[in-house]
Design a protein around this ligand. Structure first.
Ligand code: HEC
Ligand code: HEC
Length: 361
């Protein structure tokens, strides 16, 4: 009798737990559906980009970019209202992963902030101009990590993992590699919407599937592209202080004002991890290429290849979070370094400064 009671009780418990989980799932699905139907408030950069490319629901789509560049344009299949909202949300996520520009913060970004660590990261810090960087004349720029060009590459052999990765997986990887974060599920709305936006960029720019365009990926700078073929820490530190610290901060911890990231962290807990391809110590050609093409803002292209390699080398020695591959010991060590190094460096610098004062007196 007692065992029968216990049995009924445990089955009842199991059913109510599973039923509860089911109801939670139903509620979450309903919430997601409501978000998919809701009108989208665009970030300023997305508003400008999508307006320039005349995104609107309709039977047909004609790209104003193509018309302006070539004098003629092709008529493509248009976008439904659902498509348009997905593209808009994708652009928003890419521009503002953490929802800092949104009224309803993380909710409007599919809670994408759960996939990144720190409070500063967003995709456009490295994929500039919302993944579609152009010069004043509208030319797409070599090695500018373009999102449309990435989408049309479709499957791509990845030289780091040795795997064939579709665009969605390359997005997933970038959450880990470049944002020090966690992999979203490949069917998550976060990935689907950014893919919708990438695909729209490809249509607006008239990129053809299967082709490789020069704006895909980073414009890398190997050691062989310099005369010296070695990287100089002291020179890198000097150049960083004079060319970069005014924006990114003396310790490269970034500059934030009123909760808005003005200049992103290149080191410390808000930065990319040891595993990131942006980290020189991991892949020593990518960050140097990024710096030479894109930094300092306002004086892009002013640095020599050797300068960019030296600066990237120096930046890679600053403390930053461990990546997935390093294990708990390295993670703890990096945590310690991120805590003790900034105040120590600051103290050493004050000593050095008072030394020079004494020497002068
Ligand atoms: C710290 C810099 C950084 C941040 C932040 C960043 N990325 Fe990346 N991204 C890179 C680098 C570096 C690559 C690799 C480029 C290469 O290998 O040529 C890359 C590659 C990619 C690719 C593949 C591009 C291609 O053509 O193969 C996609 C897609 C991508 N990132 C999406 C994202 C998304 C989505 C986010 C925001 C969650 C993001 N990235 C944030 C630096 C960054
Ligand atoms: C005038 C301000 C300014 C200066 C000077 C500057 N940067 Fe930046 N940097 C930015 C901004 C703003 C971004 C974010 C990208 C964007 O909005 O275009 C950025 C982004 C970056 C990124 C990628 C962001 C990330 O999340 O990792 C790196 C790396 C970087 N800068 C390195 C440098 C280096 C190295 C120098 C010195 C040669 C430098 N920057 C000088 C403003 C500046």
């Amino acid at each position: 009798m007692r065992t029968a009671h216990a049995k009924i009780l445990s089955i009842g418990l199991l059913v109510s737990v599973l039923g509860g989980l089911y109801l939670v799932a139903v509620k979450k699905h309903a919430e997601r559906d409501a978000l998919r139907q809701a009108a989208v408030a665009l970030t300023p950069a997305c508003k400008e980009k999508l307006h320039d490319y005349a995104l609107a629901p309709g039977e047909r789509y004609r790209s104003p970019y193509l018309l302006k560049r070539t004098g003629s344009s092709r008529t493509l299949r248009g976008y439904s209202e659902d498509d348009v909202r997905a593209i808009e949300r994708g652009c928003n996520v890419f521009d503002d992963v953490q929802g800092q520009l949104a009224k309803n913060g993380p909710r409007e970004r599919w809670y994408a902030s759960r996939f990144v660590r720190g409070t500063q990261t967003t995709c456009v810090h490295c994929h500039q101009r919302v993944g579609d960087k152009q010069d004043a004349a509208g030319n797409r720029l070599v090695g500018s990590n373009g999102l449309g060009a990435s989408w049309v590459m479709a499957d791509m052999y990845d030289r780091f993992t040795g795997m064939l990765l579709p665009h969605e997986f390359r997005q997933m990887q970038c959450y880990i590699n470049s944002s020090n974060g966690f992999k979203p599920n490949s069917a998550d709305d976060v990935i689907r919407d950014v893919t919708a936006y990438s695909r729209f960029l490809a249509a607006a720019l008239d990129l053809k599937i299967g082709n490789r365009y020069p704006e895909q990926g980073m414009d890398e700078i190997p050691a062989s592209a310099t005369l010296r073929r070695g990287d100089d820490y002291v020179r890198g530190a000097y150049l960083f202080r004079h060319k970069c610290a005014s924006c990114h901060g003396p310790q490269a911890l970034g500059t934030v004002a009123d909760g808005r990231v003005l200049y992103p962290a290149l080191a410390g807990p808000n930065s990319f991890s040891l595993d990131s391809r942006m980290n020189f110590a991991k892949v020593n050609t990518v960050m140097s290429g990024f710096i030479c093409r894109n930094m300092p803002v306002g004086e892009e292209g002013s640095l020599a290849n050797q300068d960019c390699r030296d600066i990237a080398y120096y930046v890679s020695t600053l403390p930053r979070p461990a990546g997935d591959l390093q294990g708990p010991l390295v993670a703890a060590w990096q945590q310690l370094m991120m805590t003790v190094m900034p105040p120590l460096t600051l103290y050493a610098e004050t000593l050095a400064r008072s030394d020079t004062m004494h020497a002068r007196n």
